[in-house]
Design a protein around this ligand. Sequence first.
Ligand SMILES: *Cc1c(COP(=O)(O)O)cnc(C)c1O
Length: 344
Amino acid sequence: MNPVALIRKNILRLEPYSTARDEFQGGDISVWLDANESPYQNGVNRYPDPHQRRLKERISALLDVKPESIFLGGAGSDEAIDLIFRVFCEPGVDNAVAITPSYGVYKVSAAINDVGLREVQLNEDFSLPVERILTATDEHTKLIWICSPNNPTGNAFPKEEIIALAERFHGMVVVDEAYVDFSEKGSLLHDIESLPNIIVLRTFSKAWGMAGMRSGMAFAVPEVIEYFGRVKYPYNMSQLVQDELLRRIDGGTSDHIDEIKRWARIMYESLPEAECVVKVYPTDANFILAKVTDADAVYDYLIKNGVIVRNRSRMPGCAGALRITVGTPEENRRTLQLIKGYGK
Ligand SMILES: *Cc1c(COP(=O)(O)O)cnc(C)c1O
């Protein structure tokens, strides 16, 4: 399948904005008078590289993907989510399918772009309803959104099921892997060549510990990434962020990941000891979904004690559920102790 055939016609025809730094073809320049910048050096007086070349080279080596398969967003992976709707979905005509409960940004972004979002509820055990997802598609469905590990349920879906979806669907399957570094169930990052209708999303916000940086990544075949490059804001990642990411990226994700995974396990095993906890779901992420006797009351009680979790009890299939992020060992101990003390 050729993913370029799915791109909106106006985007295929688009003549992208050409920045001063695009038109500069190389050479020995010492006087830069092409971009109406201030000539006085202060660290940020020059426009950044619109293509983030050095950063992409580094990420390419780190994750073993071609630089041309990488899109970087300076507003987190939320930027990539919006871009995907804009590139593939004709407003008012095309639609997308997403699982529910899942990450709320897909729905908001679909609505902003006037794209119908058909939500397919996960099975009761939060497994992937592959057949129901495919049944929800029609000839105007351009995208299927799969978040794996899924937020807020915490579980990752088997790779084979996502691959089966991609093989049987005539549009793009977007796999949001924001939490994949916490999971043992594998990534689809290295399947984009064999299945060119897959787009993988990653973020620096979770396992990398840089939510404040607002930077995310999308990976797809170069033909698709090329169109992302045409549609994105020209200078969509600041020089400060590019430099800081280059500086920090080699430190990797690892130290804290093991500690967080260890504590996710401890939380999973200890939370059922609390009287108010009805059920705890297994997690492949850095948070735990727990059903409690009275979600609103436990939520308020935790806030009164200085701890905030996410009340997800109004999401489909999540009645009574709180989503608890794994914190530092001390924070986890305190939270466990508080929950065990609820109603006492
Ligand atoms: C947190 C999260 C993201 C990350 O968003 P950023 O904009 O990169 O911070 C993406 N997808 C899911 C499912 C998330 O939970």
